[in-house]
Design a protein around this ligand. Structure first.
Ligand code: GLA
Length: 736
């Protein structure tokens, strides 16, 4: 165990988590209040000089039990706050007792330091492979009067700029408690004005993870989802940034919630310009009954610190999510180039149509065929059959197995679409189990895409779906599954819960989905699983724990994808971001772009095709064959190299990003210009992260560049002609 990572100075009451890059410091203030001192670049030694400045402030009352008028929780930077005890800022916890009182007063109780990192039962989280790669500090707080305990977990890794945090509530009173709010973390930053900006990733269906940066000012700002899932509308990620921080410079703190349900990121600039950040399960429509002796574990938050801008923060998360959140046989595997029949056929397919697509796919060198929505129940459009996971014999006359066999005979892998959490009213499942549908008794539930949620918090519901899926998986050889979810939660109610427990429904739903995914991924470890929710509605760190890749967006337009993929890259690694070449005019925007542009953009993610291959011209077939060869060569670099953003599509007419191999032996530069001009400016881009003294050869032209000239001087964009132009340059170290 690496004892050096965490120290506790008993005399001064100081906890210091430290590795070669970062420090996290806390202090036991008077009366056992756990104060936050610092999170940021490594501090070699902290000698206890920066204590809470005492000052008597009007209307900021005193710490209960303390007569000192200059000591107030209302302004004290704390590690974890509660409602009550005169801290009027956003509380991290609200715990109600049977008498209705909902204030607590949390004080230090004890601590523990252990090797490695605890597993969070039933929840996704970052993990360790070796015990000695991380250490965990647990600080236990206790209510001043009652046996209510909060364990605050802090894990620090040896080699990562990351602190992983979560909280466990333990009820050792002899009464039942109701948790009205329990955050995964709080961060109180005293240095007023240091992190003036917040970056978030809001969006919409077919417009996910747009980059939004704004100034923080007095009052409360929330970034949240109330939709029961992560949502397209606000990703479960934010970054705090210094005012002048950018992609390469300045200090940045990235905050990832490892959770797939209702989340909130609350920021409050208080009366003296201090910043409080509270992150966790959204308290909206949430409560949790905690009986005596029971515990509640929150989801985990991952905090990354960067002293060199957003790119370094992203790099920290890319490595962490890829190496210590994603799991399974495909974690580091090269992901197959697939063709998906959704935009090719939608619901209108037969064995013959699919065989024709598969024939073409095999000729083109595509590696996997995915049969999307419409193969089950009696589903010919989106208003029926969800929940009926048996094959639609009326549609696939030769059967589903014949499809799989045909695909495999052509030496392709076979993938299949499921939407396991849903039920259609027009289904056998609904006929047999109408109560499985999540709804409030006596009220007609709100429809969305003519479908409803199953109450996944119920064991019998999960078991039913698992059994049905297993019947398919045990009879048909399936190499890949796309796990979809195509509506937001409403009518949030569970007939399995007591009236006072209804606030648990949404979280129990997510826990149920996690359990089902854990069961299935464990039972079928060879399958490559891809997350999806109407595109990228559940693209989050929690899902990555079960499924190493996710469909980034139902928007396949190459130009809109520039922003979607750029925004997604801020928080997620390329190996997780799937991207398809589709037909033109694009089905979502009507835009026409060249096959080259569509290919170049999709090749910047996990490449796939989603168009009717039987409609291609010979020239298009040749071009796709070529794209596939190029991508197969680039694949390890793109999927597992370091990704660096160079020019943002949110700021102008051009975009550039770069993939650099870990050993710097090769790099791939992507450049795009959106709109043409008759009198264009000279666009240029400087590369980053190449080895200064290596010589690199442009694989297309043979031109030789030194790493330093690419880093320092850079290259011009090509003299593009026309709208929507892109270019890839593959540099390889000479002599490789
Ligand atoms: C969602 C997915 C699409 C497709 C359809 C099928 O919208 O994101 O890729 O699978 O469902 O209904």
């Amino acid at each position: 165990m690496n004892h050096n990572l965490i120290t506790f100075d008993q005399e001064q009451g100081i906890f210091h988590l430290k590795n070669n890059e970062i420090s996290y410091i806390m202090k036991l203030e008077d009366e056992g209040v756990l104060a936050h001192i610092y999170f940021g670049k490594k501090v070699n030694q902290y000698h206890d000089h920066k204590n809470y400045p005492r000052r008597d402030r009007g209307f900021s009352g005193n710490v209960p039990g303390q007569e000192e008028r200059a000591y107030s929780k209302d302004t004290l930077p704390q590690e974890f706050s509660s409602h009550g005890s005169m801290d009027y800022r956003i509380p991290a916890s609200i715990i109600q007792r049977q008498n209705g009182a909902n204030l607590t007063d949390l004080r230090y109780h004890s601590y523990d330091i252990s090797a490695g990192k605890p597993v969070l039962a039933g929840l996704p989280s970052a993990y360790v492979v070796e015990e000695n790669e991380a250490s965990t500090l647990t600080i236990t707080l206790k209510d001043r009067f009652e046996e209510i305990y909060l364990d605050l977990f802090y894990t620090i890794y040896n080699e990562r700029n990351v602190i992983a945090r979560s909280v466990k509530v333990r009820n050792l009173t002899n009464q039942t408690l109701s948790i009205e709010k329990i955050a995964s973390m709080q961060l109180d930053l005293t240095n007023s004005g240091k992190y003036q900006d917040v970056l978030s990733l809001p969006g919409a269906h077919v417009q996910e993870r747009q980059v939004n940066r704004e100034k923080l000012s007095a009052g409360i700002k929330r970034f949240e989802s109330r939709r029961g899932a992560t949502s397209h509308h606000m990703n479960s990620f934010i970054a705090l940034m210094e005012e002048d921080a950018n992609e390469f410079n300045g200090e940045v703190i990235g905050v990832h919630l490892v959770y797939s349900g209702n989340h909130s990121f609350e920021l409050e600039v208080d009366q003296i310009n201090q910043l409080r950040l509270v992150v966790g399960i959204n308290e909206y429509n949430f409560s949790w009954e905690l009986k005596t002796q029971q515990e509640f574990q929150t989801p985990e938050v991952l905090l990354a610190y960067s002293d060199s801008g957003l790119n370094k923060m992203s790099d920290t998360f890319h490595h962490l999510l890829r190496e210590r959140v994603a799991r399974g046989a495909h974690q580091y595997a090269e992901r197959p180039i697939l063709v998906n029949n959704w935009e090719a056929t939608y619901f209108d397919f037969t064995n013959e149509k699919i065989e024709a697509i598969v024939d073409e796919a095999a000729d083109l060198g595509i590696e996997m065929f995915v049969l999307d929505d419409g193969w089950f129940g009696h589903r010919n459009n989106d208003d029926s059959s969800l929940g009926d996971w048996f094959e639609f014999e009326g549609k696939l006359a030769k059967g589903l197995k014949a499809v799989a066999d045909y695909v495999h005979a052509k030496k392709l892998k076979f993938g299949l679409w499921f939407e396991p959490e849903m039920i259609s009213i027009d289904s056998k499942l609904y006929e047999e189990h109408p109560d499985y549908l999540m709804q409030v008794p006596g009220r007609t539930p709100s429809g969305s895409r003519d479908q409803h949620l199953l109450d996944m918090g119920r064991k019998e519901v999960r078991e039913n779906i698992q059994k049905q899926m297993e019947a398919i998986l045990n009879t048909i050889e399936i190499d890949y599954i796309k796990w979809d979810m195509n509506r937001s939660m409403s009518d949030t109610y569970s007939v399995a819960l007591e009236s006072h427990q209804q606030g648990e429904t949404a979280h129990r739903y997510i826990l149920g989905v996690y359990e089902l995914m854990e069961n299935l991924t464990e039972k079928y470890p060879k399958i490559l699983w891809e997350g999806c929710s109407g595109g990228g509605g559940r693209f989050d760190a929690g899902f990555l724990y079960y499924m190493p890749q996710s469909w980034a967006s139902d928007n396949t337009d190459a130009i809109e994808r520039l922003k979607i993929q750029y925004g997604t890259s801020i928080a997620y690694p390329t190996s997780a971001i799937t991207a398809h070449v589709s037909a033109v005019p694009n089905h979502q925007t009507g835009r026409v772009t060249s096959l080259k542009t569509r290919g170049d953009v999709a090749m910047s993610g996990v490449l796939g095709y989603e168009l009717d291959l039987t409609m291609l011209s010979e020239a298009e077939k040749d071009e796709i064959t070529q794209q596939i060869k190029v991508y197969q060569d680039l694949r390890p670099l793109v999927q597992y190299g370091n990704f660096i953003r160079l020019i943002s599509p949110f700021e102008g007419n051009t975009t550039a990003w770069l993939f650099v191999a870990e050993d710097q032996s090769e790099a791939l530069l992507f450049m795009a210009r959106t709109l043409a001009s008759a009198q264009p400016v000279f666009n240029e881009v400087r590369l980053k992260g190449l080895a200064e003294d290596f010589l690199y050869e442009d694989q297309a032209t043979g031109e030789i560049y030194s790493g330093s000239e690419l880093n320092q001087i850079g290259v011009y964009f090509p003299d593009f002609y026309g709208d929507f132009q892109t270019k890839l340059i593959h540099f390889k170290k000479r002599g490789n």
